[in-house]
Write a protein that binds this ligand. Structure first.
Ligand code: C2E
Ligand code: CA
Ligand code: CA
Length: 787
C-alpha cells in the first residue's frame, strides 16, 4: 500500500527523538479533532431541540400577538358601536372627529365609517366615502346583525384615496364591523373599520423586537388559503407551501403557529410560519469548532516540542549506542544492511545490530553456533513433518593443525587465516546454504541443495570432495600464502532426525574420525561409526580402570656400532584381561585425547626412575640411559616439570640417566614455553631426544633453539632406506645435521644386518630395533644381555 510504504520510508529518515515528537503532535491533533467531533455531535442534538423549542415558542407568541391585536381592534370597534347605540341622539356631524381620533390612535386602521340602514355612508374618518353606498359590501350585509370580521380583500372604493400605501404593495384590508341600533331614536346602521393588511407587519415586528429576536427569524403569515399576509421583504415565497417546502438550507428549522376562528370567532385560519437558519441556530457549534481548530494545532505543536525536548535526554544513550553500532559496522568489514546504516532511525539500527551480535560470528561474519542451531532446528522440524522429506547435509570442517599455525605465526595471523577460510567457504557455497563458525577452527556448511533421495549419498560425498578441493589451494594472509587442509565430518539427514544437538555431535564424531584417519579426509557419519564410537567409549572406560594396575613397562635396548648397550627405551603395554597385551599405538592416542595420558605418563616416569635406581649398582646397567616417551599433551601439562622433580626426589634416581623422547609436534605448540621447560629439566641433568625425526615440522632455527641431545631417525626411513634413495638421503641428511649441531643420531626400527650396515655407511652409529632386541621386561633384559 502506498500509504504504509511512504510512512515506512518517512520513519527511516526520522531519528527516535523526532519520531516521538511527531507521534505526540499527531496524537494531540487527532485527540483534538476527535473531541471536537464528539462535542459537535452531542451539542448538535441538544442545540437542535432547544432551538426547535424556542422556535415553537416564537411561532406561538407571534400567533398570540396577532390574535391579541385583532381582538383589541374588534373590541375598539364594538365599544364605539355600543357607545353610538346608547347615545340619546345621534349627531352625525359629531361622529367624524371621534372616528378620526380612533384612526389616529392606531395606524392599523385605513378607514372607519358609519353606514345607515340603507348602506349609505353617513360618517367616516377623514370624511372619505361620505354618501357613498356600501350596501353591496359583504361587511355591511353581514355586519348588520352581529359583529363581523372579514378576511383580507383588495380595496375597492378606497384605493384612490389612500395615498400613503407603500410602493408596489397592493392595498388590502380586513374588515371589522359592529351593528349600531339606537333604541331611543330608532336608528340603525353598521360601524365598519378597514385594517391594512400591513398591520400584521407591525404586530409581528413589534413582537419580535420585544423578544430581541428581530433578525434571527424569517416569518411568513398566510391566510386560510395559504396566501401571504406578511413576509420578509427579501422573501420570494409565493405561498405558505412555497415558504415551507423551499427553504434555503434543508437543515433549517421550521415551526408554525395559528390564528384560528376559535380565537376571533369568525371563519378564519391563519398560519404563522417561522424559520430559523441552520447556520444561525447552530452558531455555537461553529464557534466551538472554530476555537477548537485554532487551539488544537497550537497545543499539538507545543506538546510535540515539549516531547522533543524531553525525548532528547531519553534518546541520547540510544543514539550513542546506535552511533557505536554504525562505527562498528564500518570497521568490522561485514557491514550491516547498507540501507540501515544510512537510516536515521536508531531503534531499527539497534534492532539489527543486536540481532547481528546474537547470531553472527564477529570475526568472520558467518552465522554463529546459535544461529546455526536455529536454522538447523527449523530445517529439522520441516524435515520431520514434510510428506516428502527434503534431505539435508551438515559438513563440519576442522582445520588441520591450526594450533600449530596459530602458535608459530601468532594470533593475528591466525585470525586472518580464519577469515580467509570463511571467504573461501563463501566462494564455494551457493545461495540457500548456511555457513557458520562454531568457534575455534570449526566451520559448518549446512546445505539442502541438490540432494535427491536416490543419489543423496553420492551427492553428499561429491560436495564434500568439492569442499576438500576448495582448500587445496593456499590461503592468503599478511604473512604469506598457506595451505590449510581441513578434515570434514558429514551428517546426511535422510530419515527422522532428533535434534540439532544430535546432528552436531554426530558431525563432530565423524570429523574426529576423519582426523584419526590421517587428516585432510572426509568421513560420513553412519551406524558403524556410531557403534565403533560406542566400542571406543567402552574401551576408554576400561582404560580408565586399567591405570596403573594393568600397565606393563617393557624396555628395548639401544646399542652402538659394536653392539654395546648404551641404554633402553621404555615402551608401555596394557595387559588386558580378555584381549591380552595391547599396543600403545592403540591406546596412547586415545589417552592423549581424553587426558589420561598424564596419569599414564606419571606411572611410566615412576617405572623409569625406579628402574634407574634398581640398576644403579649393577656395573652392567648402571650407565644405561632410560628413554621415556612424552606426549605433547603431557609435556604441556602445567605440572609436568614439578611432577618429574617429585618423582626424581621420591625415587632418588640419577636424572642424568633419564632421557625424554619428544616428537616434533610436541615442540611446535608454544616454542617459548617448550624451550623454557626443556631448560628447567636440562638443569636437573635430564637429556632430550627428538623422536620420529624427519616426519614433522622442524626447521633448523627450531633445532638450534632447543636443548636437544639426540635425533631419532624415524623407522619409516630405516625400513625404506635400502629400496628408496630418497629415504637414504634423508638419513644421510639427518646424520649431517646431527654432526653440524653436535647431536647424537640414533636409528630406530633396525631389523636386519643389512640395514645396520647401510646405516653405519651413512654415518649413523647408534641403533635400536628387533635386530638388537624387542621390547622386553627389565628382568629379561639383564638375562639376555650380551657379554
Ligand atoms: P615409538 O616411540 O616410535 O616407539 C618405537 C616403536 O617401534 C615401538 O612400538 C616399538 O615396539 C617398535 N619397534 C621397535 N623396534 C622395531 C623394529 O625393529 N621394527 C618395527 N616394526 N617396530 C619396532 P610400540 O611399543 O608399539 O609403541 C608405539 C608408540 O607408542 C611409540 O612409538 C610411542 O610413540 C608410543 N609409546 C609407547 N610407550 C609410550 C609411553 O610410555 N608414553 C608415551 N607417551 N608414548 C608411548
Ligand atoms: Ca620413542
Ligand atoms: Ca619413534
Amino acid at each position: 500500500m502506498y500509504w504504509v510504504e511512504s510512512l515506512r520510508r518517512l520513519k527511516q529518515h526520522l531519528k527516535l527523538r523526532e519520531r516521538l515528537a511527531l507521534v505526540m503532535g499527531l496524537f494531540v491533533l487527532s485527540v483534538g479533532l476527535g473531541a471536537t467531533a464528539l462535542m459537535e455531535h452531542r451539542l448538535e442534538s441538544a442545540l437542535q431541540s432547544a432551538a426547535q423549542q424556542r422556535l415553537d415558542f416564537v411561532a406561538k407568541k407571534l400567533g398570540d400577538a396577532i390574535r391579541d391585536d385583532l381582538l383589541q381592534r374588534r373590541r375598539e370597534v364594538a365599544q364605539l358601536a355600543l357607545v353610538l347605540s346608547a347615545s340619546q341622539e345621534i349627531q352625525l356631524d359629531t361622529i367624524q372627529p371621534i372616528l378620526d381620533k380612533l384612526k389616529a390612535r392606531s395606524p392599523a386602521y385605513a378607514w372607519i365609517g358609519l353606514a345607515d340602514a340603507q348602506g349609505s355612508v353617513v360618517a367616516a374618518s377623514d370624511g372619505l366615502l361620505l354618501g357613498v353606498s356600501v350596501a353591496q359590501r359583504p361587511w355591511f350585509s353581514s355586519g348588520q346583525a352581529v359583529d363581523y370580521f372579514g378576511d383580507s380583500h383588495s380595496a375597492k372604493l378606497l384605493e384612490p384615496f389612500l395615498l400613503d400605501a407603500p410602493q408596489g404593495e397592493p392595498v388590502r384590508f380586513f374588515d371589522i364591523t359592529s351593528p349600531v341600533r339606537n333604541v331611543s331614536q330608532p336608528w340603525s346602521g353598521v360601524l365598519g373599520a378597514h385594517l391594512y393588511t400591513r398591520w400584521i407587519r407591525q404586530v409581528v415586528e413589534r413582537a419580535l423586537v420585544s423578544h430581541g429576536e428581530f433578525i434571527r427569524f424569517e416569518v411568513f403569515v398566510a391566510d386560510g388559503a395559504g396566501n401571504p399576509l406578511y413576509q420578509w421583504p427579501s422573501s420570494s415565497a409565493q405561498s405558505l407551501n412555497d415558504f415551507l417546502q423551499h427553504p434555503e438550507d434543508a437543515r433549517d428549522l421550521l415551526s408554525q403557529g395559528t390564528v384560528t376562528s376559535d380565537d376571533i370567532g369568525e371563519d378564519l385560519a391563519w398560519t404563522v410560519a417561522v424559520r430559523e437558519s441552520h447556520l444561525v441556530a447552530m452558531a455555537p457549534i461553529h464557534e466551538n469548532r472554530r476555537q477548537m481548530l485554532m487551539a488544537t494545532p497550537v497545543i499539538a505543536v507545543l506538546l510535540a516540542w515539549a516531547t522533543w525536548l524531553i525525548a532528547g535526554s531519553m534518546a541520547r544513550p540510544v543514539s550513542r549506542v546506535a552511533h557505536m553500532a554504525r562505527l562498528h559496522a564500518a570497521t568490522a568489514g561485514h557491514e550491516l544492511d547498507t540501507q540501515l546504516t544510512s537510516s536515521r532511525d536508531e531503534t531499527q539500527l539497534l534492532d539489527q545490530a543486536l540481532n547481528r551480535l546474537a547470531l553472527t560470528d564477529p570475526l568472520t561474519g558467518l552465522s554463529n553456533r546459535s544461529a546455526l542451531k536455529l536454522r538447523l532446528s527449523e530445517l529439522i522440524q520441516f524435515h520431520n513433518n514434510a510428506q516428502a522429506r527434503q534431505p539435508f547435509a551438515v559438513y563440519l570442517l576442522n582445520l588441520d593443525d591450526f594450533h600449530v599455525f596459530n602458535s608459530t605465526k601468532g594470533h593475528d595471523a591466525g585470525d586472518q587465516l580464519l577469515k580467509a577460510v570463511a571467504d573461501r567457504l563463501r566462494l564455494t557455497s551457493t545461495a540457500g546454504e548456511t555457513l557458520a563458525r562454531l568457534g575455534g577452527d570449526e566451520f559448518v556448511v549446512l546445505t539442502t541443495v541438490g540432494l535427491m533421495d536416490a543419489t543423496a549419498s553420492e551427492q553428499a560425498h561429491a560436495y564434500g570432495d568439492r569442499l576438500l578441493g576448495a582448500f587445496a589451494a593456499p590461503l592468503m594472509v599478511d604473512v604469506g600464502a598457506f595451505r590449510c587442509p581441513v578434515s570434514i565430518g558429514v551428517v546426511l539427514a535422510m530419515d527422522e532426525v532428533r535434534s540439532a544437538e544430535d546432528i552436531l555431535t554426530q558431525a563432530e564424531l565423524a570429523m574426529q574420525e576423519a582426523k584419526r584417519l590421517g587428516k585432510e579426509q572426509i568421513v560420513v557419519f553412519n551406524d558403524q561409526l556410531q557403534s565403533g564410537l560406542l566400542a571406543q567409549a567402552v574401551f576408554e572406560q576400561e582404560l580408565l580402570e586399567a591405570i596403573p594396575t594393568q600397565l606393563l613397562a617393557l624396555y628395548q635396548p639401544q646399542v652402538d656400532q659394536s653392539g654395546q648397550r648404551l641404554g633402553v627405551e621404555l615402551l608401555v603395554r596394557w595387559r588386558h584381561a580378555q584381549k591380552g597385551l595391547i599396543s600403545p599405538a592403540l591406546f596412547i592416542p586415545l589417552a592423549e585425547r581424553n587426558g589420561q595420558i598424564v596419569n599414564i605418563g606419571r606411572w611410566v616416569m615412576q617405572q623409569a626412575c625406579q628402574q634407574i635406581c634398581a640398576w644403579k649398582d649393577d656395573p652392567l646397567c648402571s650407565a644405561w640411559s632410560v628413554a621415556v616417551n612424552v606426549s605433547a599433551r603431557e609435556f604441556s601439562h602445567p605440572g609436568f616439570v614439578e611432577s618429574i622433580q617429585h618423582i626424581l626426589t621420591d625415587t632418588g634416581a640419577n636424572p642424568a640417566r633419564l632421557k625424554l623422547e619428544l616428537t616434533e609436534s610436541a615442540l611446535a605448540v608454544d616454542v617459548d614455553e617448550v624451550v623454557l621447560r626443556m631448560r628447567q629439566l636440562r638443569v636437573l641433568g635430564i637429556t632430550f631426544a627428538l623422536d620420529d625425526f624427519g616426519t614433522g615440522f622442524s626447521s633448523l632455527s627450531y633445532l638450534q633453539r632447543m636443548p636437544i641431545d639426540q635425533l631419532k631417525i624415524d623407522q619409516s626411513f630405516v625400513r625404506e632406506m635400502l629400496t628408496d634413495a630418497n629415504s637414504a638421503s634423508i638419513v644421510q641428511t639427518v646424520v649431517a645435521l646431527g654432526r653440524a649441531l653436535g647431536l647424537q643420531v640414533i636409528a630406530e626400527g633396525v631389523e636386519t644386518e643389512m640395514q645396520r650396515e647401510r646405516l653405519a655407511e651413512l654415518g649413523c652409529l647408534r641403533y635400536q630395533g628387533y635386530l638388537f632386541g624387542a621390547p622386553m621386561p627389565a628382568a629379561s633384559l639383564v638375562d639376555v644381555a650380551p657379554t
